[in-house]
Design a protein around this ligand. Structure first.
Ligand code: OOG
Length: 249
């Protein structure tokens, strides 16, 4: 790999480890989208070298609400590792400026050899949440910056798995300490979160990554992301899918 891309990966990895935001890579260098995905891959390789394992894919900017919030206009993806899975607590001191957003998640239970297999390979559907933590100052970035930064992925949590069902238009809520802070419909996710799953399968195939049984695909948020405060109780819910909850310190 180009040493200059590798040094970008080091900057982003250290920013996450040290919980210190860094200037945008594109402030000082040109970075096209393919190179940005190379940086993302190198950031993940550093995590894998520390013993983490890949457990899925997250999609980003699959809704207008997110594109408008962050000022970008293309769907992106990132990789999820086991260390990102949140059971019930998040320590906000481990993060720079975390935000949270409600998600629809798919559980893959059969190997996906071609993108056409993806829909039939779904063994479960759940409501979940994603904790985002841009490694960039001010949570501001260009499309290439955020791709390099693994689509701001920091953590995610899941509600109970349900048998596959139509989730094309279900109401979704994000509540913090009992107050609704965001609401939307899953239809905001590319018209149907299933389309986001198909897009994830296509992107993974193009990148030479095979979706594995047990992997989770996060389809992307239906609403804008909300700052995640310390000492809070957060609940996300989706009609027919129950809820996922997390408390923060
Ligand atoms: C990038 C991640 C976007 C989504 O669901 O749209 C994303 C960001 O907003 O920091 O995960």
């Amino acid at each position: 790999m180009n040493p200059h891309l590798d040094s970008f990966a080091e900057i982003l990895d250290e920013a996450a480890l040290n919980r210190r935001a860094v200037p945008r890579l594109t402030d000082t260098a040109a970075l096209d989208v393919p190179s940005a995905y190379e940086v993302q891959r190198a950031v993940i390789e550093r995590r894998l070298a520390r013993g983490e394992t890949l457990i899925g894919i997250k999609m980003g900017f699959t809704s207008r609400a997110k594109m408008v919030q962050m000022g970008v206009d293309d769907v992106i993806w990132g990789l999820l590792t086991d260390a990102m899975l949140i059971e019930s607590h998040v320590d906000t001191a481990d993060l720079i400026h975390p935000r949270i957003e409600p998600e629809i998640a798919f559980l893959i239970d059969r190997p996906v050899r071609t993108p056409a297999d993806a829909v039939d390979a779904v063994g479960g559907i759940a409501v979940g949440y994603e904790v985002l933590d841009s490694r960039y100052e001010g949570f501001r970035f260009t499309l290439s910056d955020v791709i390099a930064d693994n689509a701001s992925a920091a953590g995610f949590g899941l509600g109970p798995w349900h048998r596959p069902r139509d989730v094309g238009n279900v109401g979704m809520l994000l509540e913090i300490d009992g107050r609704t802070v965001a609401s939307g419909s899953s239809a905001a996710i590319l018209g149907d979160p299933m389309r986001s799953l198909a897009a994830a399968a296509r992107l993974a195939e193009a990148a030479g990554i095979e979706l594995q049984p047990g992997w989770v695909i996060l389809a992307g948020a239906a609403t804008a992301a909300i700052p995640l405060p310390a000492g809070a109780h957060v609940r996300v819910s989706a009609a027919g899918l129950g809820r996922a909850e997390v408390t923060t310190r």
